[in-house]
Write a protein that binds this ligand. Sequence first.
Ligand code: GLN
Length: 376
Amino acid sequence: MSQAGTSREDAVLVLEDGSMHRGEAFGARGRTLGEAVFATGMTGYQETLTDPSYHRQIVVATAPHIGNTGWNDDDDESAHIQVAGYVVRDPARRPSNWRSTADLGEELARQGVVGLAGVDTRAITRRLREAGSMRAGLFSGDALADPTSMRAAVLDSPEMTGADLAGAVSTREPYTVAATGPTRARVAALDLGIKANTPRMLAERGIETRVLPSSASIDELLDGAPDGVFLSNGPGDPAAAAHAVALTEEVLRREVPLFGICFGNQILARALGLGTYKMRYGHRGINVPVVDHTDGTVAITSQNHGFAVAGTPGERVDSPFGRVHLSHSCPNDGTVEGLTCEGVPAFSVQYHPEAAAGPHDAADLFDRFADMMGNR
Ligand SMILES: NC(=O)CC[C@H](N)C(=O)O
């Protein structure tokens, strides 16, 4: 190894379709398996890598040059890197930023995350776009093997469809994030893979957040009679998240104000009796447009999802909890991007108002939640 983090050692990405993409080892050496997905953000790799929603996914960065600003002490969205593996084209040889404390390749190695560099990430992305996200493996160092056995390992690995993963990333113990300034409301957040910026943005609005493990009971969730319940983002298939869906049904029954983002949007949908499905390749980027059908406005949003809520954007459908407006959609492909309940105080979006990384167009959704709790 020439220096920690990067070297000219071989590494290979093996996709489920049998294609092999050879490049150089980046980060830790070894073997990792996961679902290969592509992310299009030009910036924000540290937030992406530490977003728990990427658990068990091998992320391919379409931006060709990654690592320019190194790694810093401020931008983690959780306690550690969450992706199963990282694939980049051209890692920065020398990071430069006033906040940088480490090199990206070194940090991946330190945290034991296997990566691959020096491959044509746009060609890989075109393959994932045509064939869809697929199971994959990264192999380097001692884990490099003959193509047949590497592909067999990939074909042996679990599918993302049906995967119940929130429990693997959720907090073990409850914790509280205090409001900045006087406390205006108290929220119970079900941690299905929550990002650090969410309680922070609630705190800025005078909201105290108690974060609970995904396994919490309804009594634990509603202990102390919170003013609202928040359903976080998170990894895995919403169809496998039966406990979170059951909790949500009970919250809706009790008419406690509820706000969900991303996985939380899918959980709310299922609690309302709507379906969710696996998208071909999903939305992962920081410039995804979303139309709000209530007023025709468009927001540019941060997104990271591979499943979506079924239905026709703009329509209103009946649910056990009253009418539901499929109130938001993505104009790129017509995917449902948000729900507004008209019979109970609940709404959700498929995108990330907490951004980190990404634009702040949707930050007012936290104000909408605060107002909903204020008007209780
Ligand atoms: N960011 C998220 O919450 C992702 C939700 C879900 N795991 C999906 O892939 O669609």
